[in-house]
Design a protein around this ligand. Sequence first.
Ligand code: KG4
Ligand code: ZN
Length: 343
Amino acid sequence: MYVLGIESSCDETGVALVKAGDQPVPRLLAHALHSQIDMHQAYGGVVPELASRDHIRRVLPLAQQVLGAAGLPLDAVEVVAYTRGPGLAGALLVGAGVACALGAALDRPVVGVHHLEGHLLSPFLSADPPEFPFIALLVSGGHTQLMRVDGVGAYELLGETIDDAAGEAFDKSAKLLGLGYPGGPALARLAEFGDAASFALPRPLLHSGKLDFSFAGLKTAVRVQLGKLGPNVCEQSRADLAAATQAAIVDVLVAKSLAALKASGLKRLVVAGGVGANRALRDRLDAECRKRGVRVHYPELHLCTDNGAMIALAAAMRLESGRAEARRDYAFDVKPRWELGTA
Ligand code: KG4
Ligand code: ZN
């Protein structure tokens, strides 16, 4: 079964082709991505209307590119999958509209996928795929969640952020430090030159005994420290503050993940979403989990942030487990706000 996946929920247009059914785990045949980062950079964040317009421009050429790379004609596609939500309404509508048009033209079913389910399952495309059950740490620009995952569609939310997401904490702190958008990778790069011990930043809810997160206070603490440093802050202090910010976020993410593993008795952790690309987070998790006999699985680095491969994969895994709604009415809808695990 060839599944074409289209991702357009935010600022990346992603298209991919996955083959499922002939092996235990679906295989990625080809994928293509266009990032809108350069376009939004001038505004310091994503401009929804510009995002939608750019998705319109990119999605069909990317689909052609993917099919060309896979060496397959368009009518080889057997299922068209798209991100149904959550995300920017206009951006989601582009992917949904194109997917439904392709489905109708090819007389093939379409499947709407939850963006976070795509992230959650993305490590199944890696060279070291996980096995169910596992604890998942989902850390993206909009979400920070710990979940117990017993199978495709069997997701139990254990804890989540009560305010900012981990990615947002990176992005907002980076903005205060004068780094561009998206701030996560830029802050991580600056942090390499800094000493995290130079600033004592809060670790909110670290000892709450619960698995919820709170990151809103962190950016305030960064703002206060920057205020103390004054307008002529030197490069070393900025790097130190970046390192301290990253360490505070990583500490909390690692501690809560370990607590979730301990409470569940599970020995497997999956880390997904854009922040999962963070080297400091990976190093700490690897070290702490090794000590405890826990295996950690990540998506391939280039599939950590948004992409079409995870959408095609999630649709394929859902279809294979009999949990997907493959629609042929082509009356597409999108769900800009959508809790994972609800219809
Ligand atoms: O999953 P994703 O691509 O999009 C959403 O679904 O939100 O995640 C994007 C987030 C952004 O906040 C970005 O700053 C963050 O992931 N991010 C990182 C790194 N790479 C991406 N944060 C820290 N370190 C990184 N290396
Ligand atoms: Zn995402």
